[in-house]
Design a protein around this ligand. Structure first.
Ligand SMILES: O=P(O)(O)OC[C@H]1O[C@](O)(COP(=O)(O)O)[C@@H](O)[C@@H]1O
Length: 393
Protein backbone atom coordinates (compact mmCIF):
# COMPACT_ATOMS: atom_id res chain seq x y z
CA UNK A 1 0.00 0.00 0.00
CA UNK A 2 1.39 3.43 -0.86
CA UNK A 3 0.73 6.47 1.26
CA UNK A 4 0.98 10.13 0.39
CA UNK A 5 4.04 11.68 2.03
CA UNK A 6 3.30 14.55 4.38
CA UNK A 7 5.33 17.60 3.32
CA UNK A 8 7.26 19.66 5.81
CA UNK A 9 5.33 22.67 7.00
CA UNK A 10 7.83 24.89 5.25
CA UNK A 11 8.03 23.17 1.89
CA UNK A 12 6.79 26.44 0.43
CA UNK A 13 9.04 29.45 1.08
CA UNK A 14 6.03 31.77 1.31
CA UNK A 15 5.05 30.05 4.58
CA UNK A 16 8.27 31.21 6.17
CA UNK A 17 8.84 34.32 8.21
CA UNK A 18 5.21 35.32 8.50
CA UNK A 19 5.64 35.46 12.25
CA UNK A 20 6.46 38.59 14.19
CA UNK A 21 8.82 36.71 16.56
CA UNK A 22 11.71 38.96 17.55
CA UNK A 23 14.02 35.97 17.32
CA UNK A 24 13.50 35.80 13.59
CA UNK A 25 15.05 39.22 13.14
CA UNK A 26 18.40 37.59 13.77
CA UNK A 27 18.08 35.12 10.89
CA UNK A 28 20.20 37.11 8.48
CA UNK A 29 23.11 37.18 10.89
CA UNK A 30 23.52 33.41 10.83
CA UNK A 31 26.07 31.95 8.41
CA UNK A 32 24.93 30.01 5.39
CA UNK A 33 24.20 26.74 7.14
CA UNK A 34 24.03 24.88 3.87
CA UNK A 35 27.80 24.96 3.89
CA UNK A 36 28.12 22.75 6.95
CA UNK A 37 24.80 21.16 7.77
CA UNK A 38 23.78 17.82 6.41
CA UNK A 39 20.09 18.16 7.18
CA UNK A 40 16.93 17.05 5.43
CA UNK A 41 15.42 20.37 6.52
CA UNK A 42 15.64 23.35 4.19
CA UNK A 43 18.26 25.97 5.17
CA UNK A 44 15.47 28.43 5.97
CA UNK A 45 13.72 26.02 8.33
CA UNK A 46 17.04 25.02 9.89
CA UNK A 47 17.93 28.66 10.46
CA UNK A 48 14.62 29.41 12.13
CA UNK A 49 14.89 26.38 14.43
CA UNK A 50 18.44 27.30 15.42
CA UNK A 51 17.53 30.93 16.03
CA UNK A 52 14.57 30.01 18.21
CA UNK A 53 16.55 27.45 20.22
CA UNK A 54 19.29 30.01 20.82
CA UNK A 55 16.78 32.71 21.78
CA UNK A 56 15.29 30.43 24.45
CA UNK A 57 18.61 30.26 26.30
CA UNK A 58 19.87 33.80 25.83
CA UNK A 59 20.67 36.18 27.34
CA UNK A 60 22.25 34.16 30.14
CA UNK A 61 19.93 33.80 33.10
CA UNK A 62 16.62 33.74 31.24
CA UNK A 63 14.72 30.46 31.18
CA UNK A 64 11.37 28.82 30.62
CA UNK A 65 8.15 28.78 32.69
CA UNK A 66 6.51 25.35 32.29
CA UNK A 67 2.71 25.66 32.54
CA UNK A 68 1.78 22.68 30.41
CA UNK A 69 0.06 20.53 33.02
CA UNK A 70 -2.87 18.54 31.68
CA UNK A 71 -6.29 20.02 32.66
CA UNK A 72 -6.70 17.22 35.24
CA UNK A 73 -3.27 17.93 36.74
CA UNK A 74 -4.10 21.66 36.93
CA UNK A 75 -7.37 20.92 38.75
CA UNK A 76 -5.44 18.72 41.19
CA UNK A 77 -2.96 21.56 41.84
CA UNK A 78 -5.85 23.92 42.69
CA UNK A 79 -7.38 21.30 44.94
CA UNK A 80 -4.10 20.75 46.78
CA UNK A 81 -3.64 24.52 47.17
CA UNK A 82 -7.12 24.77 48.69
CA UNK A 83 -6.55 21.95 51.15
CA UNK A 84 -6.88 23.31 54.66
CA UNK A 85 -9.16 26.15 53.52
CA UNK A 86 -12.29 24.03 53.44
CA UNK A 87 -14.96 24.68 56.07
CA UNK A 88 -17.11 22.06 57.78
CA UNK A 89 -18.97 21.43 54.50
CA UNK A 90 -15.79 19.86 53.14
CA UNK A 91 -13.76 20.73 50.04
CA UNK A 92 -15.39 23.04 47.50
CA UNK A 93 -16.76 21.31 44.41
CA UNK A 94 -16.87 22.73 40.89
CA UNK A 95 -18.74 21.86 37.72
CA UNK A 96 -16.78 21.07 34.53
CA UNK A 97 -17.37 24.55 33.15
CA UNK A 98 -16.32 26.18 36.44
CA UNK A 99 -13.13 24.13 36.45
CA UNK A 100 -12.40 25.16 32.87
CA UNK A 101 -13.00 28.82 33.71
CA UNK A 102 -10.68 28.60 36.72
CA UNK A 103 -7.88 27.14 34.59
CA UNK A 104 -8.32 29.92 32.07
CA UNK A 105 -8.38 32.70 34.68
CA UNK A 106 -5.33 31.31 36.47
CA UNK A 107 -3.30 31.19 33.26
CA UNK A 108 -4.37 34.71 32.29
CA UNK A 109 -3.34 36.05 35.69
CA UNK A 110 -0.04 34.16 35.71
CA UNK A 111 0.91 35.19 32.16
CA UNK A 112 0.15 38.82 32.94
CA UNK A 113 3.00 38.75 35.48
CA UNK A 114 5.56 37.20 33.11
CA UNK A 115 8.34 39.47 31.89
CA UNK A 116 10.76 38.79 29.04
CA UNK A 117 13.49 40.17 31.28
CA UNK A 118 13.58 36.88 33.19
CA UNK A 119 11.55 34.44 31.06
CA UNK A 120 12.40 33.60 27.44
CA UNK A 121 9.60 31.09 26.84
CA UNK A 122 6.44 29.60 28.33
CA UNK A 123 5.18 26.06 27.67
CA UNK A 124 1.40 25.84 27.25
CA UNK A 125 -0.96 22.90 27.27
CA UNK A 126 -2.97 22.53 24.07
CA UNK A 127 -6.07 23.68 25.99
CA UNK A 128 -4.32 26.95 26.90
CA UNK A 129 -2.92 27.44 23.40
CA UNK A 130 -5.82 26.33 21.20
CA UNK A 131 -8.98 26.70 23.32
CA UNK A 132 -8.06 29.70 25.50
CA UNK A 133 -5.89 31.30 22.79
CA UNK A 134 -3.50 32.79 25.35
CA UNK A 135 -0.35 32.57 23.18
CA UNK A 136 -0.62 36.14 21.85
CA UNK A 137 -0.61 37.57 25.40
CA UNK A 138 2.94 36.19 25.71
CA UNK A 139 4.31 36.76 22.19
CA UNK A 140 3.23 40.41 22.41
CA UNK A 141 5.72 40.72 25.29
CA UNK A 142 8.57 39.03 23.38
CA UNK A 143 8.12 35.68 25.16
CA UNK A 144 8.32 32.60 22.91
CA UNK A 145 5.36 30.22 23.12
CA UNK A 146 5.78 26.45 23.32
CA UNK A 147 3.38 23.54 23.51
CA UNK A 148 3.24 20.24 25.38
CA UNK A 149 3.46 17.49 22.80
CA UNK A 150 3.33 14.25 24.78
CA UNK A 151 0.16 12.36 25.53
CA UNK A 152 -0.93 9.98 28.26
CA UNK A 153 1.23 7.29 29.84
CA UNK A 154 0.57 3.56 29.32
CA UNK A 155 2.31 0.82 31.34
CA UNK A 156 5.13 -1.01 29.62
CA UNK A 157 3.78 -4.57 29.18
CA UNK A 158 6.88 -6.27 30.57
CA UNK A 159 7.51 -3.83 33.40
CA UNK A 160 4.51 -2.45 35.31
CA UNK A 161 6.48 0.35 37.02
CA UNK A 162 7.66 1.85 33.73
CA UNK A 163 5.72 3.63 31.01
CA UNK A 164 5.31 4.20 27.30
CA UNK A 165 4.46 7.80 26.44
CA UNK A 166 1.65 8.04 23.90
CA UNK A 167 1.05 10.75 21.33
CA UNK A 168 3.20 9.99 18.28
CA UNK A 169 0.28 9.01 16.03
CA UNK A 170 -1.20 12.45 15.49
CA UNK A 171 1.87 14.39 16.45
CA UNK A 172 2.65 16.08 13.12
CA UNK A 173 -0.87 17.47 12.62
CA UNK A 174 -1.15 18.47 16.30
CA UNK A 175 2.14 20.35 16.15
CA UNK A 176 1.26 22.00 12.84
CA UNK A 177 -1.94 23.27 14.50
CA UNK A 178 0.12 24.51 17.46
CA UNK A 179 2.47 26.35 15.13
CA UNK A 180 -0.48 27.97 13.38
CA UNK A 181 -1.63 29.16 16.82
CA UNK A 182 1.75 30.78 17.48
CA UNK A 183 3.89 28.05 19.09
CA UNK A 184 7.56 27.97 18.10
CA UNK A 185 8.77 25.11 20.31
CA UNK A 186 7.39 21.93 21.83
CA UNK A 187 8.23 19.61 24.70
CA UNK A 188 7.93 15.86 25.33
CA UNK A 189 8.44 14.40 28.80
CA UNK A 190 9.56 10.78 29.21
CA UNK A 191 9.61 9.44 32.78
CA UNK A 192 12.53 7.13 33.55
CA UNK A 193 12.50 5.01 36.71
CA UNK A 194 15.71 4.88 38.76
CA UNK A 195 16.42 2.42 41.57
CA UNK A 196 19.48 0.77 43.07
CA UNK A 197 21.02 -1.88 40.77
CA UNK A 198 19.44 -4.56 42.99
CA UNK A 199 15.94 -3.47 41.97
CA UNK A 200 16.99 -3.29 38.29
CA UNK A 201 15.22 -0.13 37.10
CA UNK A 202 15.31 1.32 34.55
CA UNK A 203 15.02 -1.76 32.37
CA UNK A 204 16.96 -1.80 29.12
CA UNK A 205 13.72 -2.06 27.15
CA UNK A 206 12.28 1.08 28.77
CA UNK A 207 15.47 3.03 27.99
CA UNK A 208 15.26 1.84 24.38
CA UNK A 209 11.60 2.83 24.13
CA UNK A 210 12.08 6.30 25.66
CA UNK A 211 15.15 7.07 23.52
CA UNK A 212 13.37 6.03 20.34
CA UNK A 213 10.17 7.91 21.24
CA UNK A 214 11.99 11.11 22.20
CA UNK A 215 14.04 11.02 18.98
CA UNK A 216 10.94 10.48 16.84
CA UNK A 217 9.22 13.32 18.67
CA UNK A 218 12.21 15.60 18.03
CA UNK A 219 12.29 14.78 14.32
CA UNK A 220 8.54 15.30 13.88
CA UNK A 221 8.61 18.53 15.89
CA UNK A 222 11.27 19.93 13.56
CA UNK A 223 9.24 18.73 10.58
CA UNK A 224 6.38 20.88 11.91
CA UNK A 225 8.73 23.85 12.37
CA UNK A 226 8.95 23.69 16.18
CA UNK A 227 12.12 23.45 18.28
CA UNK A 228 11.86 20.18 20.25
CA UNK A 229 12.70 20.16 23.94
CA UNK A 230 13.62 16.60 24.79
CA UNK A 231 12.81 15.79 28.44
CA UNK A 232 14.16 12.62 30.04
CA UNK A 233 12.79 12.90 33.59
CA UNK A 234 14.80 10.48 35.76
CA UNK A 235 12.73 9.97 38.88
CA UNK A 236 14.08 10.17 42.42
CA UNK A 237 11.34 8.53 44.47
CA UNK A 238 13.24 5.26 45.08
CA UNK A 239 16.49 3.98 46.62
CA UNK A 240 19.14 4.97 44.06
CA UNK A 241 22.39 6.58 45.26
CA UNK A 242 23.70 9.77 43.65
CA UNK A 243 26.25 7.68 41.74
CA UNK A 244 23.50 5.43 40.43
CA UNK A 245 21.43 8.45 39.38
CA UNK A 246 24.45 9.83 37.50
CA UNK A 247 24.92 6.47 35.75
CA UNK A 248 21.25 6.33 34.69
CA UNK A 249 21.23 9.96 33.49
CA UNK A 250 24.37 9.45 31.41
CA UNK A 251 23.06 6.26 29.85
CA UNK A 252 19.57 7.62 29.11
CA UNK A 253 20.81 10.90 27.61
CA UNK A 254 23.51 9.19 25.57
CA UNK A 255 20.96 6.78 24.11
CA UNK A 256 18.63 9.65 23.18
CA UNK A 257 21.31 11.42 21.15
CA UNK A 258 22.29 8.15 19.43
CA UNK A 259 18.66 7.75 18.29
CA UNK A 260 18.41 11.45 17.36
CA UNK A 261 21.30 10.90 14.96
CA UNK A 262 19.43 8.02 13.30
CA UNK A 263 16.31 10.19 12.92
CA UNK A 264 18.25 13.08 11.35
CA UNK A 265 17.44 15.52 14.16
CA UNK A 266 19.18 18.87 13.74
CA UNK A 267 20.75 19.09 17.20
CA UNK A 268 21.51 22.81 16.83
CA UNK A 269 17.74 23.39 16.75
CA UNK A 270 16.90 21.42 19.93
CA UNK A 271 17.16 21.81 23.71
CA UNK A 272 17.51 19.21 26.48
CA UNK A 273 15.33 19.31 29.61
CA UNK A 274 16.84 16.88 32.12
CA UNK A 275 16.35 16.29 35.81
CA UNK A 276 19.13 16.99 38.30
CA UNK A 277 20.91 13.75 39.23
CA UNK A 278 20.20 13.16 42.93
CA UNK A 279 19.88 10.36 45.50
CA UNK A 280 16.42 8.84 45.73
CA UNK A 281 14.08 9.77 48.58
CA UNK A 282 14.65 6.29 50.06
CA UNK A 283 18.46 6.43 49.95
CA UNK A 284 20.21 7.11 53.29
CA UNK A 285 22.36 9.91 51.81
CA UNK A 286 19.26 11.89 50.82
CA UNK A 287 19.02 13.80 54.08
CA UNK A 288 22.54 15.24 53.98
CA UNK A 289 23.07 15.85 50.28
CA UNK A 290 24.09 19.41 49.50
CA UNK A 291 23.79 21.56 46.37
CA UNK A 292 27.53 21.34 45.61
CA UNK A 293 27.29 17.52 45.33
CA UNK A 294 24.31 17.88 43.01
CA UNK A 295 26.15 20.51 40.96
CA UNK A 296 29.21 18.33 40.41
CA UNK A 297 27.05 15.36 39.46
CA UNK A 298 24.94 17.48 37.11
CA UNK A 299 27.74 19.15 35.16
CA UNK A 300 29.57 15.83 34.93
CA UNK A 301 26.51 14.22 33.34
CA UNK A 302 25.97 17.12 30.93
CA UNK A 303 29.60 17.37 29.86
CA UNK A 304 29.79 13.62 29.23
CA UNK A 305 26.50 13.04 27.47
CA UNK A 306 25.26 16.18 25.67
CA UNK A 307 26.77 16.91 22.23
CA UNK A 308 28.25 20.40 21.99
CA UNK A 309 25.92 21.16 19.06
CA UNK A 310 22.98 21.39 21.52
CA UNK A 311 22.58 25.11 22.30
CA UNK A 312 21.25 24.82 25.84
CA UNK A 313 20.04 22.75 28.76
CA UNK A 314 16.88 23.71 30.68
CA UNK A 315 16.32 21.76 33.88
CA UNK A 316 12.99 20.56 35.29
CA UNK A 317 12.28 21.00 39.01
CA UNK A 318 10.59 17.62 39.52
CA UNK A 319 8.44 18.68 42.47
CA UNK A 320 11.41 19.79 44.57
CA UNK A 321 10.64 22.72 46.88
CA UNK A 322 11.26 25.98 45.03
CA UNK A 323 14.20 26.97 47.25
CA UNK A 324 15.89 23.60 46.67
CA UNK A 325 15.43 23.64 42.89
CA UNK A 326 16.81 27.19 42.80
CA UNK A 327 19.78 26.28 45.02
CA UNK A 328 20.67 23.37 42.70
CA UNK A 329 20.58 25.60 39.61
CA UNK A 330 22.62 28.26 41.35
CA UNK A 331 25.25 25.73 42.48
CA UNK A 332 25.47 24.27 38.96
CA UNK A 333 26.16 27.68 37.44
CA UNK A 334 28.49 28.75 40.24
CA UNK A 335 30.56 25.63 39.54
CA UNK A 336 30.68 26.45 35.84
CA UNK A 337 31.65 30.08 36.62
CA UNK A 338 34.48 28.97 38.89
CA UNK A 339 35.90 26.44 36.40
CA UNK A 340 38.81 27.25 34.16
CA UNK A 341 40.38 25.60 31.11
CA UNK A 342 41.05 22.77 30.49
CA UNK A 343 38.04 21.73 32.59
CA UNK A 344 35.23 20.48 30.32
CA UNK A 345 32.84 22.49 32.49
CA UNK A 346 34.06 25.66 30.74
CA UNK A 347 32.70 24.36 27.45
CA UNK A 348 29.08 23.75 28.47
CA UNK A 349 26.14 25.55 26.86
CA UNK A 350 23.83 27.81 28.93
CA UNK A 351 22.32 25.84 31.83
CA UNK A 352 19.00 27.34 32.88
CA UNK A 353 15.52 26.51 34.12
CA UNK A 354 12.28 25.14 32.69
CA UNK A 355 10.46 24.99 36.00
CA UNK A 356 6.78 24.48 36.64
CA UNK A 357 6.03 23.74 40.27
CA UNK A 358 9.17 25.50 41.53
CA UNK A 359 7.94 28.76 39.98
CA UNK A 360 4.22 28.64 40.63
CA UNK A 361 3.79 26.48 43.75
CA UNK A 362 3.28 29.35 46.19
CA UNK A 363 1.56 31.60 43.67
CA UNK A 364 -1.27 29.08 43.17
CA UNK A 365 -1.92 29.10 46.94
CA UNK A 366 -2.37 32.88 46.84
CA UNK A 367 -4.51 32.72 43.70
CA UNK A 368 -7.04 30.22 45.09
CA UNK A 369 -7.54 32.61 48.03
CA UNK A 370 -8.13 35.52 45.63
CA UNK A 371 -4.98 37.36 46.76
CA UNK A 372 -3.74 38.70 43.42
CA UNK A 373 -1.13 41.05 44.89
CA UNK A 374 0.64 38.17 46.64
CA UNK A 375 0.27 36.02 43.51
CA UNK A 376 2.06 38.70 41.48
CA UNK A 377 4.80 39.19 44.08
CA UNK A 378 5.33 35.45 44.41
CA UNK A 379 5.63 34.77 40.66
CA UNK A 380 7.89 37.78 40.12
CA UNK A 381 10.12 36.73 42.98
CA UNK A 382 10.35 33.11 41.76
CA UNK A 383 11.19 34.11 38.17
CA UNK A 384 13.82 36.58 39.35
CA UNK A 385 15.38 34.02 41.70
CA UNK A 386 15.54 31.43 38.89
CA UNK A 387 17.12 34.03 36.59
CA UNK A 388 19.77 34.86 39.18
CA UNK A 389 20.42 31.16 39.84
CA UNK A 390 20.98 30.59 36.12
CA UNK A 391 23.72 33.20 36.32
CA UNK A 392 25.28 31.37 39.28
CA UNK A 393 24.29 34.01 41.84
O1 LIG B 1 1.88 16.44 33.44
P1 LIG B 1 3.26 15.84 33.41
O2 LIG B 1 3.61 15.27 32.08
O3 LIG B 1 3.50 14.89 34.53
O4 LIG B 1 4.30 17.01 33.58
C1 LIG B 1 4.29 17.75 34.76
C2 LIG B 1 5.23 18.89 34.59
O5 LIG B 1 6.53 18.44 34.48
C3 LIG B 1 7.28 19.36 33.70
O6 LIG B 1 7.74 18.67 32.58
C4 LIG B 1 8.36 19.91 34.58
O7 LIG B 1 7.75 20.63 35.60
P2 LIG B 1 8.34 20.67 37.05
O8 LIG B 1 9.43 21.71 36.99
O9 LIG B 1 7.18 21.08 37.91
O10 LIG B 1 8.87 19.31 37.37
C5 LIG B 1 6.31 20.44 33.24
O11 LIG B 1 6.65 20.92 31.98
C6 LIG B 1 5.01 19.73 33.36
O12 LIG B 1 3.97 20.60 33.53
Amino acid sequence: MTSTPVPNTFSSPKNLFTSSDNALDQLDTLPDLGTFLDSHLSPSVAKELITTAQALVSSRGRGIYATDESPEAMDALFQAAEAGDSDEQGPKTYSDSERRERRKEWKKDAYEVMSSEFVSGVILSSETLLDFNLGPSLTSKGIIVGVRAHGELAPLPTSPFEFIVQGLDNLLSNLQAARAAGARFSKWRAPIACTSPALELPSQVSLDVQAETLAMFAAISQQAGLVPIVEPDVEFSADASLERSVEVHEKAIGMIYARCREHGVLLEGTLLKPSFPQPGLKHPSRSNINPKDIALATVTVISRSVPSAVPGVVFLSGGLPSSVAISYLSAVNALVNSSSAPSPFTRLPPLTFSYGRAIQGDAIKHWVRGDKDSLKASLEDACKSCYRAAKGE
